[in-house]
Design a protein around this ligand. Structure first.
Ligand code: HEC
Ligand code: HEC
Length: 393
C-alpha cells in the first residue's frame, strides 16, 4: 500500500534514512500502519570502498591478490586455496555446514574428505568474503578498515590481518606439512621459488625485497576490497527507487524492524558487529563444543548481505535454510528458548526476539539483500601452475 511507507533520503549515500511506517500486525496481512516510526537503523551501502592508509588500492595489488586467492600453493598440501571455501559459485562462501580444507575434494555441497584422512572439519560455517570490505561500517561513524572486525567471534581485525590466519590453521590451509608458527614463512619461501610471483610482488610493492608475509596479506586484502555487491534491490530502494522492492518485501522490511531483528542486524551491513548469546545448537560433527568468543557462547551478529546465497546458516551451519532461521527465532512457544544445552534460556541476549510475525514476508525481504552482480571471475591459470582453486573438481 503506497501510504504504508515513506522513504526519505537525507543523502544519496551513507546517511540514507528510512522512515518506515511500522505495521501493527494485528492482522498479519494488513500493512496499514498503526504508528509511524522513524528508524535510522538500516541503510544502503556506499558506492566507494574504504581502504586503510597503509594499503591503498592499486590494480597491480588487486591482480596479485587475485592470483594468491586462487592459488593452492598457499596451502601445505598444495590442494586448498582461499577460493576453495570462498567461491563465487556459492556466494564466496562454501555451501557446507562446516568447512573442509586440507585433504578435501570437490566444491560446494559435494566437497568431502579424500581417503585416508586425518584432518578434522573446521569448527565453523564459512562466512562469505563478499562485502567484508565494509565490515565495521555503521550508519553513524566512518569506517576504520584497520579495525574492521573479522570472524564469527571477531578475533581478528582488518582484512590484512585476517588473511594470513587461514594459512596457519591445520584444518584450513596448513595440514601437517609445517608447524603453525612457521606457516606464513613457509608459504613465503615457496612463493620466492616461483619467478612469476617475484615479478608480481615487484610490480605491486615498492620495497626492494617485497615478497613478504605482510605483503601477501596486503595484496589479498586489496583483492577482497573488489569483491563488493552494492546494488541489491534493497540498496536501490534505500537510494530512492521505491519500486525496487515488492510490496511483500516492504512488508517484510517493516516486520524485520518491528520484530526487533534490526536491533542487532542494523546499519548498511545489517550488523551491529556486537557479540550476542543466541543459544544456537552446536554441530554434532564438532568433537568439542564451539564456545564462541572467549568461551562465552557469544557470536558476532553476521551481516545479512547476500544471505540468500550462503546457506546453511549460523556459526555452526546447523540451520539449512532461511525458513529454519525464522523458525529458530520463533519457536512458537511464546518466547525465546535456548537450543544449545550449554546455554540456559535466561543467558540468552535480552534483545532475542520474543515473537516473530510475517515470516514469509521477512524471508522475501532477506532475498532483496542479494546483489548478484558481484565478480564471478575464475582465473584461467595461477602462477604456480597448480589446479586453479585447488582440488575442487
Ligand atoms: C577451509 C575453508 C577456508 C579456507 C581455505 C579459507 N577460509 Fe576464510 N573462512 C572460513 C571459515 C570457516 C570462516 C569463519 C571462521 C571463524 O569464524 O572462526 C572464514 C572467515 C573468513 C573471513 C571473515 C569474514 C567476516 O565477515 O568476518 C575472511 C575475510 C576470510 N575468511 C578470507 C579468507 C582468505 C583471504 C583465505 C585465504 C588466505 C581464506 N579465507 C581461506 C573458511 C575458509
Ligand atoms: C540479539 C541480536 C539479534 C537479533 C535481535 C536477531 N539476530 Fe539474527 N543473528 C544474531 C547473531 C549473533 C547471529 C549468529 C548466531 C550464531 O551463529 O551463533 C544471527 C544469525 C542470523 C542469521 C544467519 C546468518 C548467516 O549467515 O548464517 C539470519 C538469517 C538472521 N540472524 C536473521 C535474523 C532475523 C530475521 C531476526 C529477527 C526475527 C534476527 N536475526 C534477530 C543476532 C541477532
Amino acid at each position: 500500500m503506497a501510504t504504508s511507507v515513506t522513504t526519505q533520503l537525507t543523502s544519496m549515500l551513507a546517511a540514507a534514512l528510512l522512515v518506515a511506517a511500522v505495521a501493527c500486525q494485528k492482522q498479519a496481512d494488513s500493512p496499514t500502519p498503526a504508528a509511524t516510526l522513524a528508524t535510522s537503523t538500516l541503510a544502503a551501502l556506499p558506492l566507494e570502498v574504504p581502504a586503510p592508509a597503509d594499503n591503498s588500492t592499486s590494480s597491480a595489488k588487486v591482480d596479485l591478490g587475485r592470483a594468491l586467492f586462487w592459488d593452492p600453493v598457499l596451502s601445505g598440501g598444495r590442494d586448498v586455496s582461499c577460493a576453495t571455501c570462498h567461491h563465487p559459485a556459492t556466494g564466496y562462501a562454501d555451501g557446507l555446514d562446516l568447512d573442509i580444507g586440507e585433504n578435501g575434494q570437490g566444491l560446494g555441497a559435494a566437497r568431502h574428505f579424500r581417503s585416508p584422512n586425518t584432518i578434522p572439519f573446521g569448527q565453523r560455517n564459512s562466512q562469505t568474503v563478499l562485502n567484508t570490505a565494509f565490515n565495521g561500517l555503521t550508519t553513524n561513524a566512518a569506517l576504520d578498515p584497520a579495525a574492521a572486525p573479522m570472524f564469527w567471534d571477531s578475533r581478528a581485525n582488518s582484512l590484512e590481518a585476517q588473511s594470513l590466519l587461514p594459512l596457519a590453521k591445520l584444518e584450513e590451509m596448513r595440514g601437517y606439512q609445517y608447524a603453525e608458527r612457521v606457516a606464513p614463512d613457509s608459504v613465503v619461501a615457496r612463493l620466492r621459488r616461483i619467478p612469476a610471483y617475484e615479478a608480481l610482488f615487484k610490480t605491486a610493492f615498492t620495497e626492494t625485497a617485497p615478497l613478504t608475509a605482510t605483503n601477501i596479506g596486503k595484496a589479498l586484502a586489496c583483492f577482497e576490497r573488489t569483491l563488493v555487491a552494492t546494488d541489491s534491490p534493497f540498496d536501490q530502494y534505500m537510494r530512492g527507487t521505491t519500486s525496487a522492492l515488492t510490496s511483500q518485501q516492504v512488508q517484510g522490511l517493516q516486520a524485520f524492524v518491528q520484530c526487533g531483528c534490526a536491533k542487532c542486524h542494523s546499519g548498511p551491513m545489517l550488523s551491529d558487529y556486537q557479540l550476542h548469546v543466541m543459544g544456537v545448537a552446536d554441530n554434532s560433527k564438532n568433537t568439542t563444543p564451539d564456545t564462541g568468543a572467549n568461551g562465552t557462547y557469544a557470536f558476532r551478529t553476521p551481516s545479512l548481505r547476500n544471505v540468500a546465497l550462503t546457506a546453511p546458516y549460523m556459526s555452526s551451519g546447523t540451520l539449512p535454510n532461511l525458513q529454519a532461521v525464522l523458525d529458530f527465532y520463533d519457536p512458537g512457544r511464546g518466547g525465546a528458548r535456548s537450543t544449545n544445552p550449554h546455554v540456559a534460556t535466561n543467558q540468552l541476549d535480552p534483545l532475542f526476539p520474543t515473537r516473530v510475525t510475517n515470516k514469509q514476508a521477512i524471508i522475501a525481504f532477506l532475498n532483496s539483500l542479494t546483489a548478484a552482480t558481484y565478480d564471478h571471475t575464475v582465473p584461467a591459470t595461477v602462477p604456480s601452475g597448480l589446479p586453479v582453486g585447488g582440488t575442487i573438481n
